[in-house]
Design a protein around this ligand. Structure first.
Ligand code: SAH
Ligand code: SF4
Length: 362
């Protein structure tokens, strides 16, 4: 059975053809679906049409397994989808768990969504990749995360989700077609209508897909997980670095800028290894700055979030002094750089950790 949130307005129109419905019905249904309420309650559409949709499509939003609220107001949700195999068949298998996080910022509310159940990129510091990839999420499943959390957090006084980051579990460019369709659905003017400029996609660095994404001309912000100033170090923590060099990655980032005129953000998590700086010594800050100088790039630093399952962790976050010295050195080398706060870190830290803890306990 198809998932109703996977449908574009045009696809809805085609779907409704056998019912001889007037053309505007598809628009009404699309708009109502994007408000996140149940299909059977779409009040401006005839009841028999709602019943037909409910009988012929999977119309379920994800189920909320847990909701945690942090001291700083960050909300972290563990959501469940019915498991589907590669052919899209649902069975009695355990549900697929994903997480998403809502952060309130002074400019709006940012939702961090997952694009895959698990991840196959295997970065050493990341909880999402620890057990590999279970499956891709469909476009509608990624969209439904936004619709559900938006509805739950929209109040008469406040807009719900205003910004989206694709930084939950999964490598978005490893699920390319579904993620592109999601971006088109979530920016559709008759739907939830989030501006592309308010959306950021983060990738571990799949070079061919970055170029393809640039050619889509979407105005979405691109973030690249860099995490090391040279290939040798990067290969130690990110298997993807064995496939593409940093040089190729920076060239792809420049191509993205040339096509979209959006400044590219490089994410860089500061890490100590066995108690000494792994990627956060001052000379490495200069090495990093040299890589990206000369085009509109920005470096976003974050302290490593230690993984709860790794009690003898080899990788740990640096002290504040080391982190600040690194940031100063990047800025003095002529590259714009800021430090991101680890929001919500009293509630299961980095993306992927809530899901992993839940799976280990059940
Ligand atoms: N797969 C994509 C997007 C999801 S991860 C990517 O890798 O870019 C979002 C960001 O969090 C990435 O920059 C990722 O490298 C970083 N990250 C993952 N685990 C982390 C941890 N334990 N501490 C700090 N940053 C982490
Ligand atoms: Fe996957 Fe990103 Fe985690 Fe790497 S950091 S394992 S690409 S989710």
């Amino acid at each position: 059975m198809r998932y109703i949130y996977d449908l574009t307005m045009e696809e809805l129109q085609t779907t409704l053809m056998p019912l001889n419905a007037p053309k505007f019905r598809a628009g009404q249904i699309f708009t109502a679906l994007h408000q996140g309420g149940p299909v059977v309650e779409i009040s401006n559409v005839p009841k028999d049409m709602r019943t037909w949709l409910a009988e012929n499509f999977n119309c379920d939003l994800p189920e909320i397994i847990t909701e945690q609220v942090s001291r700083d107001g960050t909300k972290k949700y563990l959501l469940a989808y019915r498991h589907r195999d590669d052919q899209g068949q649902t069975g009695d298998a355990q549900p697929d768990l994903i997480e998403c996080v809502l952060l309130n910022q002074n400019y709006g509310n940012t939702l961090c969504v997952s694009t895959q159940v698990g991840c196959r990129m295997g970065c050493r510091f990341c909880a999402s990749g620890k057990n590999g990839l279970v499956r891709n999420l469909t476009a509608g499943e990624i969209l439904a995360e936004v619709l559900l959390i938006n509805r739950l957090n929209t109040t008469p006084a406040a807009r719900g989700v205003t910004n989206i980051v694709l930084m939950g579990s999964g490598e978005p460019l490893d699920n390319y077609d579904n993620v592109m369709k999601f971006l088109r659905l979530v920016t559709a003017p008759t739907g939830i209508n989030i501006s592309a400029r308010n959306i950021s996609l983060s990738t571990s660095g799949l070079v061919p897909q970055i170029k393809k994404f640039a050619d889509e001309n979407m105005q979405v912000n691109l973030c690249i997980s860099m995490h090391a100033p040279n290939d040798e170090l990067r290969q130690q923590i990110m298997p993807v670095a064995k496939r593409y060099t940093i040089r190729e990655l920076v060239d792809a980032a420049k191509y993205y800028f040339e096509k979209t005129h959006r400044r590219v953000i490089f994410e860089y998590s500061l890490m100590m290894k066995d108690g000494v700086p792994f990627n956060c010594a001052v000379n490495q800050a200069r090495e990093l700055a040299n890589l990206v100088r000369g085009f509109p790039a920005h470096i976003n630093l974050i302290n490593l979030n230690p993984l709860h399952f790794d009690s003898n962790a080899v990788l740990t976050p640096p002290s504040r002094e080391i982190a600040m010295a690194f940031m100063d050195a990047v800025i003095k080398s002529g590259v714009s750089c800021t430090m991101r706060k680890n929001k919500g870190d009293d509630i299961d830290g980095a993306c992927g950790q809530l899901r992993l803890r839940h799976m280990e306990q059940n």
